[in-house]
Structures are given as C-alpha cells and as structure tokens.
Design a protein around this ligand. Structure first.
Ligand SMILES: [Ca+2]
Length: 113
C-alpha cells in the first residue's frame, strides 16, 4: 500500500472513532444495555436512547410507578361501580344490585327506586 494512502485510511478511522459513534449508532434498546424501567419502553436515538413510561405508569422513564387512577379520579367507572387499582390500569366492578361491565351499570330492581 502507498504510505500516503495508509495515512489517509488511518485518519478516516480516527475521525470515525472521534465522532462519538454517530457513524455507527449502538441500539441500546435491542442490546439490553439501556437502563429503562421494566414498565417503560426504550426508544433508540442516534447516539443515545430514551425511556418513556408505559401507559398507566408515571415517571421519568428510568423509574416508573403505577398511576392509581382510582384515588386520582382518572377512572371512567360508572357512578354505581367500584374502582380497583391494578398495575398499569384499573378495573371497574358494578356495585351489588347493578348489572354491567363496570363502565356502565344498570340497576336490576327499578321498582325499588
Ligand atoms: Ca393503576
């Protein structure tokens, strides 16, 4: 190899190394080297990555905690249902004497009203 060419190639390698990996991005998410919370989703970005808490969880992505929709009043349970907090979500259950899916509850005994 021409000595001038080998110097040129050497400079190119140094430039690639000095550019901080922008030439060849590392996908920390697929590598598993990210430090996202177990309840967060990792998004690879050029030269880095970001962590976003999943739906139903709040936090900075590195630490995510369940949102208690029941105590925060963020649920959409029927007025005649009881809200039960669950990890990442919540359940609605119609109160005794009411039928429905928890989001909509109908009284069974209209004659007792
Ligand atoms: Ca919850």
């Amino acid at each position: 190899m021409d000595p001038r060419l080998s110097v040129f190639v050497g400079l190119l390698v140094l430039l690639a190394l000095a550019s901080g990996g922008t030439a060849q991005d590392v996908d920390e998410c697929s590598d598993g080297t990210d430090n996202c919370d177990a309840d967060a989703t990792c998004y690879n970005t050029p030269g880095s990555f970001s962590c976003i808490c999943n739906d139903g969880f709040g936090g900075d992505g590195l630490t995510c905690n369940d949102v208690d929709e029941c105590s925060n009043n963020e649920h959409d349970c029927d007025d005649d249902a009881t809200c039960y907090n669950t990890p990442g979500s919540f359940d609605c259950s119609c109160n005794h004497g009411y039928d429905g899916d928890g989001l909509t509850c109908d009284g069974k005994n209209n004659e007792s009203d």
